[in-house]
Design a binder for this molecule. Structure first.
Ligand code: OKP
Ligand code: MG
Ligand code: ZN
Length: 343
């Protein structure tokens, strides 16, 4: 399987993540992508390609133009106000307040975000753009005939809404790839999110549509991020009714329980008969992940890959979460190797 990777991911080098009342070193750090790339090479998974430049057109099929423009100048606008640290949202329109775009950068940071752990500094824009291009290049490989491709995206994307960043995500790489398939004439596309966290952005982007089926397996949002979306009674709205599926699990969930949800997901995908599949691949379901509570073991990722292959669909994997850097390479590449038949 081919991997698409951009060294520009390293332009995102924030120093801070607001966690527990402290500014800690971010969990979403550059060594994540480098460790996965090293494993791809070590295992000779296949060629590693740099992304093509697709411009902002395919990004703006999913994200609003004003959100994209905000991200492009956010860091300069922040610096221009003489702020001493990294850009961190700290104010939002609460219940009963006005959802309008303020002029001030503090106001715009709040308007275009849903959480405060995701700081912005120099290079975030370039890395997020590169990450979307990585997903689009993998999508193009599959559209041109590859059975599957691995988009080694960083930063991740599945939490990003049409006009909201948060959860370490800026552009929704999986949604951008799904929309690219639609725009190239694929009738139906499924997005299966196996990251530990709910793919809230992907769900919201396609919530009113029947042409893109969104499914996410994740930790119960009553207990974990993103807290305010991802419950099982969210099934889609309007034309999209019945085209969103959330499967939530409690702390301590092992593969033999989680995989029952995977079977439900695979059955739904089979009924939907999509022309292509996007797998939003997080390996923060791992037993030693520092911010998550499932108990998948490294070998389970081979089994997961094998099961995904059995769907028989052209498949794009977009990298999402996974924060045990020591294991992230083995676990992510195990999915690809399982897909390719490794037991
Ligand atoms: C991004 B992705 C840790 C709180 C974590 C943000 C989680 C973002 C996960 N104390 N909050 O889905 O892996
Ligand atoms: Mg998920
Ligand atoms: Zn996650």
């Amino acid at each position: 399987m081919k991997t698409v990777f951009s060294p520009l991911h390293s332009r995102r080098q924030v120093k801070t993540e607001l966690d527990g009342g402290l500014l800690i070193e971010p969990h979403e750090k550059p060594s994540r992508a480098e460790t996965i790339l090293a494993r791809v090479k070590d295992q000779a998974l296949g060629d590693v390609l740099e992304p093509e430049e697709f411009g902002l057109g395919p990004v703006q099929r999913v994200h609003t133009a004003d959100y994209v423009a905000f991200l492009e100048t956010c860091w300069q606008d922040w610096l221009a106000e003489g702020k001493p640290g990294e850009a961190i949202p700290a104010v939002w329109a609460g219940r009963g307040m006005r959802h309008r775009v303020p002029k001030d950068i503090d106001g715009r940071l709040g308007y275009y975000s849903f959480a405060a752990e995701t700081s912005i500094s120099e290079g975030t824009w370039e890395a997020a753009r590169a990450s979307a291009n990585v997903a689009l290049t993998a999508q193009k490989l599959v559209a041109e005939g590859e059975r599957a491709a691995f988009a080694l995206c960083r930063p991740p994307g599945h939490h990003a809404h049409a006009d909201l960043f948060g959860g370490y995500c800026f552009f929704n790489n999986a949604a951008i790839a799904a929309q690219a398939f639609r725009d190239q004439g694929y009738s139906r596309v499924a997005v299966l999110d196996v990251d530990f966290h709910h793919g809230n952005g992907t769900q919201a982007i396609f919530y009113h549509r029947a042409d893109v089926l969104t499914i996410s397996l994740h930790g119960d949002p009553d207990l974990v991020f993103p807290h305010f979306l991802g419950f099982e009674d969210e099934t889609g709205e309007g034309d999209g009714e019945g085209y969103n599926l959330n499967l939530t699990f409690p702390p301590g969930t092992p593969y033999h329980v989680w995989s029952q949800g995977l079977e439900t997901a695979c059955q739904r995908i089979g009924e939907f008969q999509p022309d292509a599949l996007i797998v939003a691949l997080g390996v923060d379901t791992f037993e030693d992940d520092p911010i998550s509570f499932f108990k998948l073991a490294s070998g389970d990722y081979l089994t997961l890959g094998r099961r995904l292959e059995q769907l028989g669909l052209p498949t794009v994997f977009t990298m999402e979460g996974g924060y045990d850097v020591d294991a992230i390479g083995v676990n992510a590449v195990n999915v690809m190797q399982g897909f390719e038949g490794k037991a």
